[in-house]
Ligand binder design. Structure first.
Ligand code: HEM
Length: 274
């Protein structure tokens, strides 16, 4: 079996060889006063169709067409190569007309979203694995409300058994919102542990004045604050991956449609489709 590095090297070499052939062909067309636009346009359209077909492949995982990781590798190399084909097709200038500019922007937005997504799909799973055990995104709201109930019950029980309201007052003032509310957009865009650190520091400070049974409840609250923060972190980063994929696929189909229309119009202006 080929090693990881040699597989990457041969895929990169193949991509570069195909691109070099295309550049050579386009240059020859130019030097003989021919037009390479239709040729590079069709190669670019074929690349975009191939990239879009990854969505279909992912929906049919049982089909025997290569493994999912081979598809992803092919997707990445064809996508990177498509940038050079795009450059060749537009002759390294951004188009000026509204229709062609829209098409170029759609392509560039899809390409950039792919690069960003490649980084996130590589880095986010490792960041999540460092935080806690695997958490299924769809179960997070349920786990959060269970945690909120457990925290409330623990505090109420302590207030009842000790007859002291200190912990209960602190909980309803400082912690209830943390357990009950979902984080704002700012946190989803840039998750951080500021609130967790502040709450843990306030809880530590207050626990010095509490009785031993209240301190025992504080220990449970420490763990629950951490758990809640881990769940929020999972929610924010998993949401980011889902939102990214939604955008990446959402850009793909308009790109495909506008690219096909652009090709048809190019033929019409060149003297007809047939
Ligand atoms: C420029 C045109 C591009 C098009 C039309 C395109 C289209 C697609 C489509 C349709 C999917 C399948 C999503 C799904 O069904 O789950 C996908 C996935 C993906 N694309 Fe692209 N893509 C493009 C560029 C790129 C680029 C430049 C990169 C990075 C170098 C990239 C990286 C990825 C990754 C990492 C996934 C898979 C995510 C996963 O499986 O979790 N794409 N792309």
């Amino acid at each position: 079996m080929k090693s990881f590095v040699s597989r990457r090297l041969s895929s990169a070499a193949l991509t570069i060889a195909v691109l070099a052939l295309l550049v050579f062909w386009a240059q020859r067309q130019k030097s003989t006063l021919g037009d390479a636009s239709f040729g590079t346009g069709y190669v670019l359209l074929a690349a975009i169709f191939f990239l879009a077909s990854y969505n279909v492949r992912k929906k049919l995982p049982t089909l025997p067409w290569a493994s999912s990781s081979d598809w992803l590798q092919a997707h990445i190399y064809v996508a990177l190569g498509s940038a050079a084909i795009f450059g060749l097709h537009v002759e390294w200038r951004l188009p000026t007309g509204i229709f062609d500019s829209t098409l170029a922007m759609l392509y560039l937005a899809t390409f950039v979203s792919g690069i960003v997504g490649l980084f996130w799909t590589r880095s986010i799973p490792a960041r999540l694995a460092r935080v806690s055990e695997e958490v299924i995104y769809e179960r997070i709201p349920m786990l959060r409300s269970q945690l909120c109930e457990r925290a409330q019950e623990a505090v109420l029980e302590t207030v009842r058994s000790t007859g002291s309201a200190t912990l209960g007052e602190f909980y309803s003032r400082q912690m209830h919102g943390y357990f009950e509310k979902t984080r704002g957009l700012g946190y989803f865009l840039r998750p951080n542990n500021r609130v967790r650190r502040r709450l843990l520091a306030e809880l530590t400070e207050m626990s010095r004045y509490l009785s031993p049974p209240e301190q025992a409840t504080c220990e449970q609250l420490f763990a629950m604050v951490r758990r809640r923060d881990d769940l929020d972190f999972h929610a924010a980063l998993q949401w980011r991956l889902k939102a990214w994929l939604f955008l990446h696929i959402g850009l793909t189909y308009p790109l495909l449609a506008v690219a096909c229309l652009h090709g048809a119009l190019a033929h019409l202006f060149d003297g007809g489709l047939l």
